[in-house]
Write a protein that binds this ligand. Sequence first.
Ligand code: NAD
Length: 287
Amino acid sequence: MSKVIDGKQFADNLCEKLKAEVALLQEQHDLSPCIAVVLVGEDPASQVYVRNKVRRCEQLGIHSVEHRLSAETTEAELLTLIDQLNNDDAIHGILVQLPVPDQINDKAVLAAISPKKDVDGFHIENVGAMAVGENQMVPCTPLGSLMMLQDHLGDLSGKHAVVIGRSNIVGKPMATLLLQQSCTVTIVHSRTVNIESICRQADILVAAVGIPNFVTADWVKEGAVVIDVGINRIEVDGKSRLVGDVDFDDVQEKVSAITPVPGGVGPMTIACLMYNTVAAAKMQNNI
Ligand code: NAD
């Protein structure tokens, strides 16, 4: 019987520790970690994500300042706001919820955020720091996934990790983190030949594809640990449901551990955003 890794519980535990740390920062250093969350437009999924992030901040005593901008906002207007936030010492983290509307170049937005306040870890300076093993701000989804893997497996060194997907926000940073842990890392993607047979070699399989139930039991090795990053909305019997990139029911019996969707990587992503915000506040105040 495989273990279902409870990402919600793991995230709650991490947030409890962060809440205590936030209280201590206030008490000992008169420091209140604060994140600015910027949402441009009315994308329904983004609104849910922002709401969940702000709610978590409230639970932990982290201040959050929301900037909700219209879908017609120009790139120049958004960059002006980011510049103000960069120069505001009371703001320790800046998160611009992606995607932004088409008239705004998301690369220009990410480049404009001060690397020290880049709690998403997407700024090229933070990406470069990670590539040479000097982690500063680490992207939240891969960080949360790594924490769960380490909690379940302990030392990861020597394990063969296969990451499905090569995006800048999940696949690539996940592979970098696993390499830092001395895993043997393979990245597979949309052009990979014989993808199933490569996945079947994995001790650790991370799926970050965006295709519902993409990975089935014949793709996984007996006893592997599976991290399902995917969040896909599908219709089942006329009802809307969230599923991952892994066919959970099919794969569960074969693996030693697996994260569910929902309740796996998702809650850990938000918890790691809180973690990065606290880390950023400490770093900016030399604590
Ligand atoms: P993306 O679309 O940027 O990247 C998807 C990757 O999958 C690409 O690198 C592509 O090469 C690969 N891919 C596409 N089709 C493939 C195929 N047929 N075979 C093999 N590889 C294929 O997506 P992303 O931003 O990396 O997100 C991936 C999934 O993770 C999505 O479902 C997204 O919603 C989810 N996600 C979840 C969280 C979370 O907090 N749990 C955070 C970020 C993303």
